[in-house]
Design a protein around this ligand. Sequence first.
Ligand code: BG6
Length: 480
Amino acid sequence: MRYKKPKAFPDNFLWAAATSAYQFEGAYLEDGKTMSIVDANINENYTNTSITSDHYHRFKEDIKLMKELGMKAYRFSISWSRVLPNGRGEVNEKGINFYKELVKELKDNDIEPLATIYHFDLPLCLQEEYGGWSSREVIDDFVYYCEVLFKNLGEDIKYWFTINEQSNMFLLPYLMVFNSEIPLEKQKYEMNHIMMVAHAKAIKLFREMVPSGKIGPAIGISPNYPKSCKPEDIQAAKEADDFRTYLFTDLYVHGCYRENVWRYMEENNIEPTIEDGDMESIVAAKPDFLGINYYQSRVVEYAPEDIENRDVILNTDGKSGTTSFEVNPGLYKGDSNPFLEKTEWDWEVDPIGLRVVLNELNDRYHLPIIITENGIGGIENLTEENKVNDEYRINYLKSHLKQCNLAINDGVNLFGYCPWSFMDLLSTTSGFRKRYGFVYVNRTDKDLKDLKRYKKDSFYWYKEVIETNGQSVIENSEKV
Ligand code: BG6
């Protein structure tokens, strides 16, 4: 449905952009910081996390660009091993001071800081000591890390995100370290439960230490569409949503495991160990809002029990057509959507899917929502005039923002939008080959060049969007 007189974006809408520590800061072993599990995960085809965009040394220059862009808020993540080089214990003054200075610089420029506590980068020492997220020992260490952050930054940061994309961490093995001796599915659900308890305890502490702040998770979300109108496919799509999204969001908001997912885990002997007090902690940790990372939708059909199981093979090189989809025997299997355009990385561009998920989450949970990530990655080069013509990014973001506006008109309480990413940074799988930013960073995976920043065409486009509080996007909404 379209609106003849669409409402505008709210006046105090948080026009923002996002990054994460290990993908953006560099300085991975500087000023006391130690390695994290993602620093240790080397792909020889791409650069490592040692320098990335060198934001650690250039944050003031970068914040000037944020100011010029007109950003009202900035979502970044904090590196656990920069603040606590041993994962716990003594605080690294230089590490915490970096974030204090960053936040001060943002606030001096009237940019609201939005902090993510955990974005894939567990201190490597905790992985080596007790197996990281597979051990309940991590819960106390995570809560201690949060205590350090709330004590040092709680007064200055109002909006916090506990954990980024908990669901995707279990789907994408490179973001977690699994023990090859334990069945993978069992480990995934155990680790998920441990992480959920850690998230819940962090929220409890937050309520005590930062009573005027707001906190929630940042969820990676893709709606699952049925491949056909066969009732089996409709049910498969529903179950795909239950396993990939609502398992997590129901725990976050309602504090309980979905019955069908729990029964599936029990019947397959992969249910997590629940200790006394866990569910009480989880149910007491209702978030203030939901952060959602949205890039694409998925198509699924029913997968019979006897179908061969297969892990997802990701297209990490940007060679179209090389993605292989998830298969879950007895539940669902993925396929490509013939109605959607795809990026070089086979990501399916679906702006309407964003309106679908925003409405779905609103109907189920009635919480304010902020889009914590949304964007398109591609291969880009500077022109001879030092420009980057990223019309495809403008089209992607514009079409998604139109759907955000429609969702607001549908009744969704959407209070902010963080395109991924503010500036080019290291992609999780594809190094600097896959760029996302409004600002180009002059380097490649193999050649560090001068790391100079260049504003892309999309920078000027987003600046106008912010200046008009999104009106420049709504005016053309009938062309969606
Ligand atoms: C999200 C992550 O899943 O997607 C980001 O939170 C990531 O860290 C982004 O960079 C895009 O994914 P990729 O693999 O293209 O970098």
